[in-house]
Ligand binder design. Structure first.
Ligand code: NAI
Length: 400
């Protein structure tokens, strides 16, 4: 059982690092938080103070408890060897710095010079290989992926990603720590996008495809997936919210990481938005226009069209979840948990697939593959076998 006396280090005090530091401090840990930029560190400290003021105001914490939490965080300016010596007592250091392999490898090498040999080196990377991070380290067995979702204090899911080099005890310790922070943890294989960022790709990709084929416009597809699908946001409003720079980069990295498997093919339409600087809400324009006075496009509220849209996107999502289980990326239970807690899907995709009928999902994919000749619609072997066996998609047995 992990104990709250373990000192936790966090490097990178941006959106994710500041949130992760807050989570660890909230569970009683002394936390060391560093950033290469003083301004980022100052923003993180101000953010923590504001968050604590809100906790006190909402009477979720006493002022004393909030002050004690803040006092447990030490802010370290810079990442020179001297500055990093503050991490010497840490049992685990989580990096949440810029998403660049060479920069993260350099940081891990520097941390290894100051950490105890059994301290864990964890990465919050969204898209890089954990094995590639471990490859740069002297003690490769201590490197593990610990992937939080944004905002870390609010989102319950943490994906735990052991690399081929990771010692099982390190995976267990990292998971036990996140569990002790009352996170929902799932185990994911060290493959592009891990669970959530891989399985969620068709929500964007297939919706973009429907738009490109002229099946419906953005407003109609969004409306269909919200009202008939039950998703909290439609794909186009969600992409505008996330930012096309970030969303396209994730798609691109999964596509490249999968050696250009057509299932994950990015969309030219989205690339053009990015090139034009129409990044979404943050730039005032994406698929939608956020300028003051701009009128919102009106969806075509046709229930037959809506069902057609939802069926196609869902068939792709269910297939992706089934394939993730088939390839051992995650367990049946973990793919259900990951999609409902990481991206708030209204139902687990395997459960949903059973409700629609796995044979219907298979038939839809086969007809799309036949009509388009596009391999992006190829059904997972596991889907075929589960249908043949008349079993549930949630059947945990291997169908290999
Ligand atoms: P961010 O840009 O908000 O923060 C990154 C911070 O790292 C900045 O404050 C920067 O000054 C600092 N930094 C850069 N290089 C550094 C170095 N060598 N040493 C120390 N500090 C350094 O980025 P964000 O969004 O917090 O992402 C951080 C990591 O978390 C990335 O690996 C990203 O892929 C991952 N991630 C991001 C999520 C998100 O929704 N933003 C979700 C889950 C993971």
């Amino acid at each position: 059982m992990p104990d709250a006396s373990a000192v936790i280090g966090v490097v990178g005090a941006g959106a994710m690092g500041a949130g992760i530091a807050q989570v660890a401090a909230a569970h009683g840990h002394v936390v060391v938080l560093a950033d290469a930029q003083s301004a980022a560190l100052a923003r993180a400290r101000a953010g923590h103070e504001k968050a604590m003021a809100r906790e006190v105001e909402k009477q979720r914490l006493t002022r004393e408890a909030a002050d004690a939490l803040l006092a447990r965080i030490t802010y370290v300016d810079g990442v020179s060897d001297d500055a990093l010596s503050a991490f010497a007592p840490c049992a685990m250091v989580i990096e949440a710095i810029v998403e660049r392999l060479d920069v993260k490898q350099e940081l891990f090498r520097a941390l290894e010079r100051v950490l105890a040999p059994d301290a864990i080196l964890a990465s919050n990377t969204s898209s890089l290989s954990i094995a590639a991070l471990a490859g740069a380290c002297a003690h490769k067995q201590r490197v593990v992926g610990v992937h939080f979702f944004n905002p870390a204090p609010v989102m319950p899911l943490v994906e735990i990603i052991p690399a081929i080099t990771t010692a099982p005890a390190v995976t267990d310790r990292a998971r036990a720590l996140a569990d002790s922070w009352r996170k929902t943890t799932v185990l994911a294989a060290d493959t592009p996008g891990f669970i959530v960022n891989r399985v969620a790709r068709p929500f964007y990709g297939e919706s973009l495809r429907l738009l490109e084929e002229g099946v419906a416009d953005c407003a109609t597809i969004d409306w269909a997936l919200r009202t008939v699908g039950g998703f909290r946001m439609g794909p186009f409003e969600l992409m505008d919210f996330i930012g096309h720079d970030v969303n396209f980069a994730v798609t691109r990295s999964v596509f490249d990481g999968m050696f250009h498997d057509p299932r994950y093919r990015p969309s030219l339409r989205q690339q053009r938005l990015l090139e034009a600087g129409w990044l979404g809400r943050k730039s005032g324009r994406g698929f939608y226009d956020y300028a003051n006075g701009a009128s919102a496009p009106v969806p075509t509220e046709d229930p037959v069209l809506a069902q057609q849209i939802v069926d196609r996107v869902l068939a792709m999502l269910v297939n992706e979840a089934v394939e993730a289980v088939h390839l051992g990326i995650c367990s049946v239970d973990d793919v259900e948990l990951a999609m409902t807690t990481g991206v708030n899907y209204p139902r687990g995709l395997l459960t949903w697939g059973d409700e629609i009928g796995s044979a219907n999902v298979l038939a839809r994919l086969q007809s799309l593959q036949y009509e388009t000749g596009d391999d992006r619609y190829r059904p997972s072997v596991r889907l075929r076998r589960v249908v043949q066996a008349g079993a549930s998609l949630r059947d945990p047995r291997r169908y290999s």
